[in-house]
Ligand binder design. Structure first.
Ligand SMILES: Nc1ncnc2c1ncn2[C@@H]1O[C@H](COP(=O)(O)OP(=O)(O)OP(=O)(O)O)[C@@H](O)[C@H]1O
Length: 343
């Protein structure tokens, strides 16, 4: 649905060249929710704005639905942009217009008549759960409600793609969840392709089937969200994953540990408890589960267990070898690294 080929965007500021996006190639499939994650200044917004050519890449090509956007006339580009809706962190609503008028505006601009506008606005406000707010002004709405209005407005002309520029960054965690569920619902019910940019891995975990991690204008890692969470390879990705899968054991507990500290990662539906209890029966070791958690990423379980193994060193090593054979990842922390994050 979206193909970005070797996109580079350079700016010049006070005689200096700034590379906002540096040779990025990626594609987004029709009907998926794709996440672009990175810290501030990584180039996410610039890349997102290249998708509808709001930002013209210095070099590289943008294809949407098989069409090379650079080859379109200004009129054709305006039409193509109607199939790409966009929402923003700051909502961008017109404060002097009611909710109804904010949504109607997009339809009027596309040439719809009064009757069509009324029907479509009511449909859209029902979809985003704001039927009873149509006569209110943005100032009378909460942040989450404002974002719902901007989603309704972005969907007015039945786009195929929705670009979300840090759409939940200004919202509290509860409201963020409700907006993410709304995006998920729209993706499922309307088959809309969604691209979200965010600095929060939690957002990616919640709704994205695939994602790309950006740093200094480059994509440093991309893949399915589950694979990225279970086997991150880039150090930046690892630090992003830690924000979601972090297990800091209390200092008091770490002080009492005499054995080896082991982190086990289980992919899919492997029964963690059974593997650990079989291991304890098979070897002369003592095991103490310090932490256990199963996260669901794109509905697939990813289990992380931290345990202390103690006993005769040979037996402990045999037990570790047994675990390595049974689970997807085993990490052993020696004394010197006990205080690191066990994510
Ligand atoms: N119009 C511009 N002129 C000059 N430099 C720019 C311009 N827009 C972006 N940049 C620079 O390009 C780089 C990438 O910025 P961008 O806004 O895309 O990052 P980001 O990952 O979206 O971060 P944030 O979430 O803080 O916006 C930054 O160094 C930024 O300063």
């Amino acid at each position: 649905m979206i193909k970005l080929e070797n996109i580079t965007k350079k700016y010049s500021s006070k005689g200096k060249e700034i590379v906002g996006v540096d040779d990025v190639t990626l594609s987004v499939k029709a009907g998926e929710v794709f996440g672009i994650v990175g810290y501030s200044g990584a180039g996410k917004s610039t890349l997102l704005r290249c998708i509808n050519l709001l930002e013209k890449p210095t070099s590289g090509k943008v294809f949407v639905d098989g069409v090379n956007l650079h080859e379109l006339s200004p009129k054709e580009l305006r039409k193509a942009r109607q199939s790409i809706g966009m929402i923003f962190q700051g909502f961008h609503l017109v404060s002097s217009k009611t909710v109804f008028e904010n949504v109607a505006f997009a339809l009027r601009a596309a040439g719809a008549d009064k009757k069509q506008i009324k029907q479509r606005v009511e449909e859209l406000l029902a979809l985003v759960g704001l039927e009873d707010r149509k006569d209110q002004y943005p100032a009378q709405l909460s942040g989450g409600q404002k974002q719902r209005v901007s989603i309704a407005r972005a969907l007015a002309n039945q786009p195929k793609i929705l670009l979300c520029d840090e759409a939940t960054s200004a919202l509290d965690p509860g409201t963020t969840k409700s907006i993410l569920s709304l995006l998920k619902k729209i993706n499922k019910e309307l088959g809309l392709t969604i691209v979200v940019i965010t600095h929060e891995m939690e957002v990616v975990k919640e709704i994205c089937s695939r994602c790309a991690v950006m740093q200094d204008g480059k994509v440093v890692e991309q893949g399915s969200t589950y694979d990225i969470f279970s086997d991150p390879s880039n150090p930046l990705t690892v630090s992003f994953i830690q924000t979601v899968l972090n297990f800091d054991l209390p200092e008091e507990l770490l002080g009492e540990i005499n054995g080896k500290l082991i982190r086990l990662q289980f992919k899919g539906s492997i029964a963690a408890e059974a593997v650990v209890s079989d291991m304890l029966q098979a070897f002369q070791v003592r095991g103490n589960i310090l932490h256990g958690k199963v996260e669901y990423i794109q509905s697939m379980p990813l289990g992380i267990f931290i345990l202390e193994l103690s006993g005769n060193e040979t037996e402990v090593n045999k037990a570790i070898a047994y675990l390595r054979d049974k689970v997807s990842k085993v990490e052993v922390f020696d004394d010197g690294s006990r205080n690191r994050h066990l994510a």
